[in-house]
Write a protein that binds this ligand. Structure first.
Ligand SMILES: Cc1cc2nc3c(=O)[nH]c(=O)nc-3n(C[C@H](O)[C@H](O)[C@H](O)COP(=O)(O)OP(=O)(O)OC[C@H]3O[C@@H](n4cnc5c(N)ncnc54)[C@H](O)[C@@H]3O)c2cc1C
Length: 386
């Protein structure tokens, strides 16, 4: 009987893992029973929410139906949130009561947002970390008449480290086009924009901030409170007319409820490298954003893509035999910067004694072409599911 592979999560990590296992099994003429279970019928490309806020994309352009993966790639898709992970019994149970037993399980559930973990952060400010949030921010930007915009990063690491500088520069371009020149300030808890994308990109951003007049306040250490007109930190208070915020990352509740929190830091899930396996259940792989920091990786789609490819290859190897497992590949991150774009590459190597990847990152390209490449990548990714 064909081995059963269950993938939980219909975002970046889940889609890449299920697609890899199914398409490779088909190419090899081998039989595997692959099922992807997701809470939502929508497969989102979350970076496009920034464009929704800025008015250059509609909400419909940010997602494609995950069910279409059945026809496009050949695996089964079930839309029904998973409620129980029974790792000892090798099965998952959904909220509607469906049981799925498995030989291999892949978990990729993104991250949850801890807005209520800081006083006032859930009440004040706007964000584009959900489709609804992006529409609210769009409305705020379109009607903004004030002077001060503060972009707050409450804590590290957070979802997509390049997002604040990228969005701040996009905002400057947005308001320039409307003849408005608000003061834009990024408030960052640590000493430098540690995007882990290398010093070259740090220098690039600082030059751009200077040229476009973006304030970059680092090292506030701890967020104490957000009120209706200011951000209060350990090292000072910052007034705003419009607050834009990135969310503190928290473990999705279903993982916490099922004993999958990391013992060292409950914001993340258990995982061991270099194959992204559960420490006690080697047939279980964790490749979502929740599994990246414990093994030294960034909380962004690109590292998750690589993790899902490795998990997929490991499953193919164990289920079918003789399948080569690639080592963790380079990751290329592309971003917007005012009218232009940038691309940073990171090379990785596994450090067994630390149980983490080491990395070296550098800037590979800047210029408007990179901006176009980023936009086309996202749209092409979703078009493949339409
Ligand atoms: C504004 C913004 C900008 C970004 N920019 C970039 C960028 O430029 N580059 C980059 O690499 N990354 C970027 N990211 C980050 C990237 O989108 C995420 O890191 C990536 O989507 C995480 O993949 P994932 O599979 O772990 O989770 P997600 O893509 O969030 O998917 C999680 C999936 O799990 C499903 N799910 C949740 N609960 C359950 C359950 N109980 N049962 C079943 N399914 C469930 C959800 O429905 C969803 O399908 C950005 C994110 C945002 C918000």
């Amino acid at each position: 009987m064909a081995k059963k592979v269950v993938v939980v999560g219909g975002g970046s990590g889940g889609l890449v893992a299920a697609r890899m296992v199914q398409t490779e099994a088909t190419r090899l003429g081998r039989d595997l029973d692959v099922t992807l279970i997701s809470a939502s019928e929508k497969h989102y490309m979350p970076p496009l929410w920034s464009e929704v806020a800025l008015g250059t994309a509609s909400p419909e352009e940010t997602w494609a139906p995950i069910k279409n993966a059945e026809k496009a790639y050949g695996f089964k898709v079930v839309v029904d949130p998973v409620k129980t992970f029974d790792l000892a019994g090798k099965k998952v149970v959904t909220e509607s009561g469906q049981n799925f037993d498995y030989d291999f399980l892949v978990i990729a559930l993104g991250t949850a947002y801890g807005w209520s973990d800081y006083k006032g952060l859930d009440r004040y400010g706007y964000h584009n970390y959900t489709e609804e949030g992006a529409l609210e921010l769009k409305q705020q930007l379109a009607t903004f008449k004030g002077k001060k915009i503060v972009f707050l990063v409450p804590e590290l690491p957070f979802r997509c480290g390049i997002y604040p500088p990228e969005m701040a520069l996009n905002l400057r371009a947005y308001f320039e086009a409307r003849g408005q020149h608000p003061e834009i300030t990024i408030l960052y808890p640590a000493d430098a924009i540690r995007m882990a994308l290398g010093e070259g990109l740090d220098r690039f951003f600082k030059r751009r901030f200077k040229r476009t007049g973006i304030n970059y306040v680092t090292g506030f250490e701890q967020l104490l409170e957000v009120t209706e007109n200011k951000v209060v930190t350990k090292h000072g208070e910052y007034e705003y007319d419009l607050l834009i915020k990135s969310p503190p990352s928290r473990l999705p509740k279903v993982l916490a409820d099922n004993g999958l929190a990391h013992p060292g830091d409950p914001r993340w899930s258990v995982v061991t490298g270099p194959l992204f396996k559960h420490p006690e259940h080697p047939e279980v792989y964790l490749v979502g954003e929740h599994a990246m920091p414990p093994v030294g990786l960034l909380t962004a789609g690109v590292p998750i893509h690589n993790a899902a490819v490795i998990a997929g290859a490991s499953i193919l190897n164990e289920a079918l035999g003789g399948y080569m497992i690639p080592s963790y590949g380079d990751t290329l991150c592309m971003g917007h910067s005012f009218e232009s774009g940038f691309a940073g590459n990171c090379e990785y190597w596994w450090i067994p004694e630390e149980g983490k990847w080491g990395h070296a990152c550098y800037t590979v390209a800047t210029g408007p072409m990179v901006r176009l490449m980023k936009d086309s990548f996202y749209r092409g990714w979703l078009d493949a599911l339409r």
